[in-house]
Design a binder for this molecule. Structure first.
Ligand SMILES: [Zn+2]
Length: 344
């Protein structure tokens, strides 16, 4: 049975399912939502998919005052185990950030349009024009969890009315007093940051399959991902580094298009996908639903950035800290309930 006792829980679950079903906002089990009701912070459980909110338990209840006390004392409330209706759940990695925000409803999404801005070195100035009249803050890149909560606290300390946060190299947070207000604000922000994706050259599926050979590679179900191989700017941007944490967590901290001279049959079986210069993308049985959702999201981000854009890639120590033991645990949680992607 789903939690529907409070009038704001049901709208949050409905809104979460809507957000989670929009690949331009949420990819696989990423993103998180919360609502504060009567001293309780209801927050998405780590690894749960927002898209499943209508038919699966995804929210964990936490004592808000206690959670804020934890954060104030430097203890990260993420990853706490809870048993809810007999099922074990763990609190979201972003629990601390949700708790320090004063608004009742908080939505955190990995909007591809926002990320296309949030990876730019000149983003703060450009967004200031786009967000004229809105209460927003730019949050420089820090790791998820306590560091992000601290940065958000610092940025909003003098302006509690702030209800939009753009997280550098990460995503977007919008807040509201109820789900309707938060969703309307999200739509307003999305309209202001919208970028028309650059059309990519068509894949050459014949040559692509010839390149892949007979070693288990096949064409992906969503052809939009071919842009990673066929679009020259996307390939160039990809080869220079990691744009945001999910890219490193679900795909690889080192990605680049293969030259056509290295046939797929000679590629290590540990790869779940190959991006082939000028031809497109092939996947194999190792490709998970989460990884594929991340790959299509990355293609969407890159098609919204042109080759002359000043990009701030994650620095090597930042990438190293992302690839920690906790990250592998998180990835496992996200992928637990998702079958291998049926790519073709
Ligand atoms: Zn996030």
């Amino acid at each position: 049975m789903l939690i529907t006792a409070d009038s704001e829980i049901a709208p949050l679950l409905e809104l979460s399912a809507r957000l989670g079903s929009n690949p331009l906002l949420v990819q696989a089990g990423t993103g998180n939502t919360s609502v504060k009701i009567g001293g309780v912070l209801w927050i998405k459980a780590s690894g749960k998919w927002l898209a499943h909110a209508a038919h699966e338990e995804i929210l964990v209840p936490l004592d808000l005052a206690e959670t804020r006390r934890c954060v104030a004392q430097g203890a990260d409330p993420a990853g706490q185990h809870c048993i809810l209706r007999g099922r074990p759940l763990r609190t979201s990695v972003e629990t601390a950030m949700h708790s320090v925000l004063r608004h009742r409803v908080v939505l955190h999404v990995h909007s591809v349009n926002t990320i296309a801005w949030a990876v730019r070195r000149d983003a703060a100035a450009l967004l200031a024009e786009r967000f004229a009249g809105l209460c927003w803050k730019w949050i420089p890149y820090v790791p998820s969890g306590l560091p992000l909560a601290r940065e958000v606290e610092r940025a909003t300390a003098g302006s509690p009315e702030t209800n939009i946060l753009v997280l550098a190299n990460h995503g977007l947070v919008v807040c509201g007093d109820d789900c309707g207000a938060a969703e309307r604000l999200l739509q307003e922000v999305e309209a202001r940051v919208a970028i028309e994706p650059r059309p990519a050259p068509e894949p050459d599926c014949g040559l692509l399959m010839q390149f892949a050979g007979t070693s288990g590679w096949r064409l992906p179900a969503d052809p939009s991902v071919h842009a990673l191989g066929t679009d020259a700017w996307s390939r160039a941007l990809l080869s220079k580094g990691v744009l945001y944490p999910c890219q490193a967590i679900f795909l690889s901290p080192r990605m680049r298009a293969m030259p056509r001279s290295f046939p797929g049959a000679s590629q290590p079986a540990t790869n779940s996908f190959l991006i082939v210069e000028g031809l497109g993308v092939v996947v194999n049985d190792e490709m998970t639903v989460s990884a594929f959702a991340t790959l299509t999201g990355l293609a969407q981000v890159l098609q919204r950035i042109d080759g002359s854009t000043p990009i701030r890639y994650l620095e090597e120590p930042e990438v190293e800290s992302i690839m920690s033991v906790d990250t592998y645990r998180y990835r496992e949680l996200v992928e637990t309930n998702s079958a291998r992607a049926f790519a073709s």
